[in-house]
Design a binder for this molecule. Structure first.
Ligand SMILES: [Zn+2]
Length: 224
């Protein structure tokens, strides 16, 4: 029997300004309406989400313009969970742990960072492992169609929460390598520790929304 594993964070209150989601009740039973309706305002890059080329490329394609299967299909789990806080994931790590990756597949970089540090803390960003350009170029050469991460993938994502004197000069982000090539990115996955196999069927689904560069997604894995 198949197992379904939810790889997405609950979209709930969060301290991070670009993860804020504001709720407004538009009508409710308490105010005499026969319906309860509400409005949620959310950043397209909040919580578990997918990115389309427009996120990093001027004039790039939006989510409705890329193939629907960009974020679904065979996903290859690349276990680099031995990486500790602040450690970079390099091409050598891919060489040693991603040989099962097939062309046209989805690469999922597993650090289990969600088990080691709560996404409700600043440490989640400040102390996270990150991925280096060499590893991303290795994945690009293997012709992946999308790449997912269970940690803040760019080293610079910690800078907003550091004193200016503690910030580095590394501004590389994997989006630079993948999005201009039409390769999708999936950020802030969780629960990869619940997977029992290193190849799963993955589905990252989002509304059929027109003209946006990313959107929160419900990401699930199915294991046979
Ligand atoms: Zn994003």
């Amino acid at each position: 029997m198949s197992r379904i594993i939810d790889l997405s964070y609950p979209v709930d209150t969060h301290w991070r300004p670009n993860w804020l989601n504001e709720r407004k009740v538009q009508s409710s039973f308490d105010t005499g309406s026969n319906w309860y309706t509400s409005i949620v305002t959310i950043n397209c890059h909040a919580f578990t989400h997918v990115d389309a080329p427009l996120h990093k490329v001027k004039g790039g394609k939006t989510l409705d313009q890329i193939p629907l299967d960009t974020f679904m299909g065979s996903a290859y789990i690349i276990d680099v969970s031995y990486k500790g806080p602040g450690e970079g994931i390099q091409a050598q790590d891919m060489e040693e742990h991603a040989q099962h990756l097939q062309a046209g597949g989805i690469a999922i970089i597993k650090t289990l960072w969600d088990e080691k540090c709560s996404h409700q803390t600043k440490d989640f960003w400040i102390r996270a492992p990150y991925i280096e350009k060499s590893a991303c170029e290795w994945l690009l050469e293997r012709k992946v169609k999308s790449v997912g991460f269970d940690f803040p993938p760019a080293y610079s994502f910690r800078y907003p929460y550091l004193d200016p004197s503690e910030r580095g000069t590394d501004h590389y982000s994997p989006h630079e390598t993948f999005l201009p090539k039409g390769i999708g990115t999936i950020e802030y996955l969780c629960n990869l520790g619940q997977l029992q196999k290193n190849v799963v069927q993955l589905f990252a689904l989002y509304p059929n929304i027109v003209g946006v560069e990313g959107f929160p997604a419900r990401v699930i894995a199915i294991e046979d």
